[in-house]
Design a binder for this molecule. Structure first.
Ligand code: FO1
Length: 307
């Protein structure tokens, strides 16, 4: 069994590669729900939907989120009824949000609704929300405390980030199966997602850090930075605003004690002597093309067997 801890687009790209090489029923993904929000009264779980659409072959390869070729007629009509929206919900994407909102209102858990969507869309990977309790990632910035999508999408990640917090995480519990997946997997992979806003919410859940620390010899992280730049998203700026260097050292520091291996891009390995706790491995980690994601997935499977 391999378990991937993932956020949005970066995690989905690696997952596409893993789903192609890991036998059906042997792959679990634990997904960040700190980005979840409500738009037009609908429950939207962007990272879960990015993962589901990617696994269902519906996601646009480059953009990563939403449904490829989707139309926006509902949104256009809504903009005539209320103030112009800033979060682009496509017509086919809205069907997911209608279904999720409807089932949650019936009392189903987010895990249950996610499993129903996987079944309906023929997805063989086990997709677990990190928690069924509400957790919201908030960005403390020079523009005040911002809800995550407000910061990332409406303000285009322009505010300077001082810190990130996870409202509700302390009293939340990991969803059923999450701790067991970490305990039972021969390899746990931390996806090349933003550590602060995509992986951080998962680590903030009670029980997750101790479970990873105990399993750390089987935990490998994939760097979300290549040559000091994020492949996608605001990570490099975030690190700068927090007074950190945007380099693999910052990533190694973030996961120290939780992972014992860090995969970095060729040439990004540290010059100084190997880190006593974290083994740095070099491999192609630019995963836009599916075959490159598959090559990294094959390398990770090799690690799983070797461990
Ligand atoms: N990201 C944007 O930059 N602009 C959008 O309008 C937008 C809409 C959207 C709708 C559904 C969805 O599942 C994701 C969406 N995203 C959009 C991406 C989303 O903000 C990020 O992918 C995650 O929250 C971060 O991983």
């Amino acid at each position: 069994m391999i378990t991937l801890l993932a956020g949005g687009v970066g995690g989905a790209r690696l997952l596409r590669g893993l789903a192609a090489v890991v036998p059906r029923g042997e792959l679990t993904v634990v997904v960040n729900t700190g980005d979840d929000d409500e738009f037009y009264g609908l429950a939207v779980s962007p990272d879960i939907d990015t993962i589901l659409y990617t696994l269902a072959g519906l996601a646009p390869l480059e953009r990563g989120w939403g449904i490829d070729g989707d139309t926006f007629y509902v949104r256009e009509e809504l903009d005539r009824l209320t103030e112009k929206g800033w979060f682009a919900l496509g017509d086919r994407d809205i069907a997911t949000h209608v279904y999720r909102t409807w089932r949650l209102r019936d009392g189903a858990t987010l895990s249950r609704v996610t499993a129903e969507i996987c079944l309906a869309r023929g997805i063989g990977v086990r997709v677990l929300p990190m928690s069924d309790d509400p957790i919201r990632t908030e960005v403390v910035s020079d523009r005040g405390v911002l809800a995550f999508q407000d910061y990332l999408v409406r303000l285009r990640a322009e505010p300077a980030v001082r810190s990130v917090r996870y409202r509700g995480a302390r009293k939340a519990r990991p969803a059923a199966g999450v701790i067991e997946a970490i305990e039972q997997s021969s390899l746990i992979v931390i996806a090349p997602s933003n550590p602060f806003v995509s992986i951080g919410p998962i680590l903030a859940l009670p029980g997750i850090r101790p479970a990873l620390a105990k399993a750390r010899s089987r935990v490998v992280a994939v760097s979300p930075l290549i040559a000091g730049r994020a492949v996608k998203g605001p990570l490099a700026d975030m690190l700068g605003a927090m007074g950190r260097n945007a380099d693999v050292g910052a990533i190694a520091d973030f996961y120290r004690g939780l992972a014992t291996r860090l995969i970095v891009a060729p040439g990004d390995g540290p010059r100084q002597t190997a880190d006593a706790v974290m083994e740095i491995l070099e491999h192609d980690i630019l995963l836009l093309e599916p075959q490159r994601a598959q090559a990294l997935a094959t390398f990770l499977c090799g690690l799983a067997v070797a461990l």
